[in-house]
Each structure stands twice: as structure tokens, then as C-alpha cells.
Design a protein around this ligand. Structure first.
Ligand code: RP5
Length: 188
């Protein structure tokens, strides 16, 4: 994280990661990790659409004034934060549906994607803050050749890891938890 909850000077933060509650952080920290990996200046904040609605409005105006380029907003349940920020701001908002204990995140997903025409939110898969970070990097890479080069290298590393993972599957049989175990099971 290159920023914190204090006011940042203009354009020192490219992407603002916000979430409805600190309890969303275990999911949302993946977006921060991606942005840090790509060297994209970011900040991480809690802004609740329901518990601090006036703070949310102030955050929207302040973030635009500071020159923040993209918002990544995560929320769970009645997940109104991404949509409300999109309605308050003119910059892209990427929504992350955070899965809660009930309904497996379907409630969050539908709350985020079912926006009315005219107010777009780009939603990633349930709990997939990694993709939110990567999508933000791709947006910034439109005008940043170095970032584009890093994204291409990242994609190539993904391909390489995928090929290597399938290179020798003989004898590899994960158990129900995904942990490696030898084929043929217990031979004692
Ligand atoms: C939402 O309510 C937050 O985004 C969070 O996912 C959910 C539950 O919040 P806590 O009760 O854990 O603070 O607004």
C-alpha cells in the first residue's frame, strides 16, 4: 500500500481501494497486492454506504479532486458502495462482490452488477479482488507502455506456470483438500 487513510496530494494515488467494512479486508487485500506488484500507487480505505453515507459522498468528491483515476470498491450483502460511488463520480468503478456467511456472495454479486442503465460498474467474480487489481492495471496501461509491458510479462508468466503445472501429473493426485498425495492411496 503506498497510501493510507490520510489525505493524499493530487495524483499521488492512481487507484483507491475502498470497502464497506474492515471485515472485507481479507478479500480486498488481494487487489492491493496486485497494484503493489505492478508499482501502481494506491490507498486502502473503509467507506460504508450505509453506516457513513455522508463520508461516502465526501470521499467521492475528494477522490475526484485528488486526481484518483480508478476506484476498486468491495462490499458484501446489500453491496451498494460500488454503485453509489459510480453515481457520485465520473471515473471507472470496479466492484468486488465480497462473499459473506449467508448466500455465498450471490447477494453481493447481484447488488453490484444490476446497475441501472447510465451508471456503469465493472464487476469481477465473487471474491476475486485479484482480477479487480489486474483490470485497474489494464485500464492504466492504455496510456502507459511500461505498465502494458509488465502486464504482457505477467500473462506470459501465467501461461508458463500453467504449462509447468501439467507437465508431470503421473503420481500426483490431490486429496479432497487439494493437498498432494501419491496415486494408489494407502498401500500399507
Ligand atoms: C457491508 O456489510 C460490508 O461491505 C461488509 O461486507 C458487510 C458486513 O460488514 P460488517 O458487519 O462485518 O462490518 O456493508
Amino acid at each position: 500500500m503506498s497510501g493510507d487513510s490520510t489525505h493524499e496530494s493530487r495524483s499521488s494515488v492512481s487507484v483507491s481501494i475502498v470497502m464497506g467494512s474492515k471485515s472485507d479486508l481479507p478479500i480486498m487485500e488481494a487487489a492491493e497486492a496486485v497494484l503493489d506488484e505492478f508499482g501502481v500507487p494506491n490507498e486502502v480505505r473503509v467507506v460504508s454506504a450505509h453506516r457513513t453515507p455522508h463520508d461516502m459522498v465526501a470521499f467521492g468528491a475528494d477522490a475526484e479532486a485528488r486526481g484518483v483515476g480508478i476506484i476498486i470498491a468491495g462490499a458484501g450483502g446489500a453491496a451498494h458502495l460500488p454503485g453509489m460511488l459510480a453515481s457520485l463520480m465520473s471515473i471507472p468503478v470496479i466492484g468486488v462482490p465480497v462473499p459473506l456467511r449467508h448466500l455465498d456472495g450471490m447477494d453481493s454479486l447481484l447488488s453490484i452488477v444490476q446497475m441501472p442503465s447510465g451508471v456503469p460498474v465493472a464487476a469481477v467474480a465473487i471474491g476475486n479482488a485479484t482480477n479487480a487489481g489486474l483490470l485497474a492495471v489494464r485500464m492504466l496501461a492504455i496510456r502507459d507502455p511500461e505498465l502494458r509491458r509488465r502486464m504482457t510479462a505477467y500473462r506470459e508468466s501465467l501461461s508458463q506456470a500453467s504449462r509447468e503445472s501439467g507437465r508431470d501429473l503421473r503420481g500426483y493426485r490431490p486429496d479432497a483438500d487439494g493437498n498432494p498425495r501419491e496415486a494408489g492411496g494407502d498401500r500399507t
